[in-house]
Write a protein that binds this ligand. Structure first.
Ligand code: ADP
Ligand code: ZN
Ligand code: ZN
Length: 693
């Protein structure tokens, strides 16, 4: 950088994590004895604290004023973060309306903030120790199917292109997408570049890491050459893996959304697996989309990005339709495993006496029994954990609401608790109705825990196992449960969407969704897209092997079997579903045909949140951006805080961005200048490209 050494020292601009309301959002000036390269990590004072900071690229400034505070320490042993990394942070901070310092501190390994330069040097040194790994055999690469070979060839062409186009790898589960990622990664690694692979779930990283390690152990004998980055690592591991990537020692980085911010000096390829997955969007703080940032980063670095999915997000699909993305298609399952036959079971055909409130209908039980008798595994999917969503008193109509939230507390039978899934408030189940003393309080509705119990009752002798967030709370539990499924120690697996993702179940031949209708009529415009993806993914768990003698089947219980979504599902016809949805979105002016942002406000009272949003609306200068009236969040109150939100809609992304650039500083000033009036407003935030509105 152009900073000139001067006897009195120089001024350096440092990005630090200052709170948004402080107004200190731009990089701050500090005095330094010597010029520091952009991207250098430093420690600087801010108020009474000392924080990690990054010397930020920008114009050189003059000599330090006497009052300017000095940089406290410089992490000399660490190479500076590269210009491309700083550009990405600048872009992401600007796009998602956060400060660079805040974003940097959210995405850098937490330990980096705590260690002194000396402590860090000790770690690095540790990394430099040569580790030996037993010599690995040349991997066995399967011969590619024709469509795979075509996809790989096109990715290779993009790897060589001066300005590669993003690619959408559209392929049903089991069509061999991962093998395409492996070949693409191999090509990038062989040309001396680093590869970044993003996955939606922490739970899926060990499985995929093993697959990449097995394939590349001979090519990359260095043990730190393949690392993962996700929030379940210990702080020390996370720092070590991050450093390995930053120093270029790690050649392949595999991780969840936060890994999109890994420092990768030789980046050559990005893969985003299951690109449609909602977990790529960070839901608090800097609400970034790792998928979208991956596309930006690849574009900026002029490297290819491969977005893979069986059910692409409608945003990505629309880009493929318009030609902005190149589409690579895999239509057939490897090994000839057929996609499951989809049975849409019409709940209206049940006799009224059958007890239509039951999820375990007689025909479903019969189907499960048949599979059981043949020694085949089944999976029953219900997207609600706990025993029952609510306890209810038939005498006085009391229901187990949460005193702190506008939500019911869920009945968990195993530990006899009522638990709020929003704020965590937990109590023991009362012996009698807390309102009228009636002893006969009963669960309403059903969650996975109750389904597990009912299945075990209805099918004596069946080995039923449940996998959800409750059954896998302790470390290692999920792995043990999955192993039991693989080993054939389970006949019927019950679970939430957790079991529909990625896991390569070989023995499952029957999948049932017992109560999926809710999402059809949700006020959330993305609910059908999510439901379709979830059901396709759940169905994808069945019949991955052609070995079974009976056809694999997916059973969907619905009151709306003629609904277009189910009709498309029955034909495995994502293309048709996407066409219908995109037509609806276009006529309703919804993404990807419009661009949205939400202003969220949380306050002690709904009135206070609403007043703040109304004042914010008045500050809106751009009449090309539509501002909707404030409305309560879908769960309006959580932990005694009222949540309101206001939707902004613009026909072009650029228009929305320009408007936010002017508006957000005005909101910061609004809260500061009218602090007495808005005292009850605890937090506010802008969510750009929100997933749910
Ligand atoms: P997807 O990621 O699309 O669900 P995978 O890449 O996991 O599919 O492939 C499904 C299975 O087929 C895996 O067990 C994989 O090892 C195997 N496979 C993939 N490509 C081939 C191939 N060309 N020849 C033989 N087996 C393959
Ligand atoms: Zn009562
Ligand atoms: Zn609560």
């Amino acid at each position: 950088s152009a900073v000139v050494e001067a006897p009195a020292g120089v001024v350096v601009r440092v990005a630090v994590d200052a709170p948004q309301h402080s107004g200190l959002n731009a990089p701050l000036d500090y005095a330094s004895e010597r010029a520091l390269a952009s991207g250098s990590l430093v420690r600087v004072p801010l108020g009474k604290r000392e924080l990690l900071g990054i010397v930020w690229p920008g114009d050189a400034v003059g000599e330090p004023a006497p009052a300017l505070r000095p940089v406290t320490a410089v992490f000399d042993a660490l190479p500076p973060l590269g210009p491309a990394w700083c550009r990405m942070l600048d872009f992401a901070a600007g796009y998602y309306q956060r400060s660079v310092g805040e974003l940097a501190s959210a995405v850098l390994p937490p330990q980096l903030r705590e260690l002194s330069p000396e402590q860090l040097v000790a770690r690095l040194r540790k990394l430099q120790k040569k580790l030996a790994r037993p010599a690995a055999a040349e991997p066995v690469r399967p011969a590619l199917a024709a469509e795979q070979a075509e996809a790989v060839a096109r990715i290779q062409a993009q790897l060589a292109a001066p300005s590669p186009k993003p690619m959408l790898l559209f392929g049903v589960t089991g069509s061999g997408k991962t093998e395409v990622y492996l070949r693409a990664a191999e090509a990038a690694l062989a040309s001396g570049r680093q590869v970044l692979v993003l996955v939606p779930e922490i739970n899926l990283t060990p499985q995929l890491e093993a697959r990449f390690t097995e394939r590349f152990a001979a090519l990359l004998p260095e043990p730190m050459a393949i690392v993962s980055l996700h929030s379940a690592l210990t702080p020390a591991q996370r720092l070590q893996n991050w450093l390995a990537a930053h120093l270029g020692r790690a050649r392949l980085v595999l991780g969840t959304r936060l890994a999109v911010f890994a420092s990768l000096p030789d980046l050559g390829l990005i893969v985003v697996d299951e690109e449609h997955d909602p977990s790529y969007k960070q839901q608090d703080g800097a609400r970034y989309s790792a998928r979208d940032l991956a596309v930006w980063r690849a574009h900026d670095a002029k490297v290819p990005v491969v977005l893979g999915s069986a059910t692409p997000s409608l945003e990505s699909w629309q880009h493929a339709e318009s030609g902005r993305y190149e589409r690579l298609t895999l239509t057939t399952r490897i090994g000839g495993g057929a996609l499951p036959r989809v049975k849409l079971f019409d709940m209206k055909t049940l006799p009224p006496s059958a007890g239509v409130t039951t999820a375990l209908t007689a025909p479903l039980l019969a189907a499960l029994k048949e599979r059981l008798d043949r020694g085949e595994q089944s999976l029953v999917f219900l997207n609600r954990r706990g025993y029952a969503p609510v306890l209810h008193c038939g005498e006085c109509q009391w229901k187990s609401d949460c005193p702190h939230c506008s939500a019911w507390r869920v009945f968990h039978k195993r530990d006899r608790t009522l638990r709020c899934h929003h704020c965590g408030f937990t109590e023991r189940v009362p012996q009698a109705c807390p309102n009228c003393g009636n002893h006969d309080i009963a669960p309403l509705g059903r969650g996975t825990e109750r389904l597990e119990e009912q299945l075990a009752e209805a099918l004596p002798g069946a080995r039923v196992m449940r996998i959800d967030a409750d059954s896998t709370r302790r470390k290692g539990e999920l792995e043990a449960q999955l192993q039991a499924v693989h080993d054939g120690d389970v006949d019927i697996l019950v679970g939430t969407q957790m079991i529909t993702k990625g896991h390569d179940f070989r023995r499952i031949r029957f999948v049932a969704a017992v109560n999926p209708d809710g999402a059809l009529f949700s006020s959330d415009f993305r609910a059908p897209e999510r439901l379709f993806a979830l059901l396709m993914q759940a169905g994808g768990r069945a019949g991955r092997d052609a070995a079974g003698e009976s056809p694999a089947e997916m059973w969907v219980q619905t009151w709306h079997r003629d609904h277009a979504l189910y009709q498309a599902l029955a034909r495995h016809d994502y293309v048709r579903f996407a066409r219908d949805q995109l037509a609806e979105r276009q006529s309703a002016g919804l993404p990807p045909f419009a661009h949205l942002a939400l202003l969220r406000a949380e306050a002690r009272t709904a009135e206070a949140a609403q007043a703040f949003l109304a004042a914010a609306a008045e500050l809106m200068q751009d009449d090309g951006v539509l501002v909707y009236p404030p409305v309560p969040h879908a769960v309006a109150r959580v932990a005694d805080v009222e949540r309101m939100q206001m939707l902004l809609e613009a026909p072009q992304r650029g228009r929305l961005q320009a408007c936010l650039r002017a508006w957000v500083p005005a909101l910061i000033a609004l809260k500061r200048e009218r602090s007495a009036e808005f005292r009850a407003v605890l937090r506010w935030a802008v969510d750009v490209d929100p997933l749910a509105i």
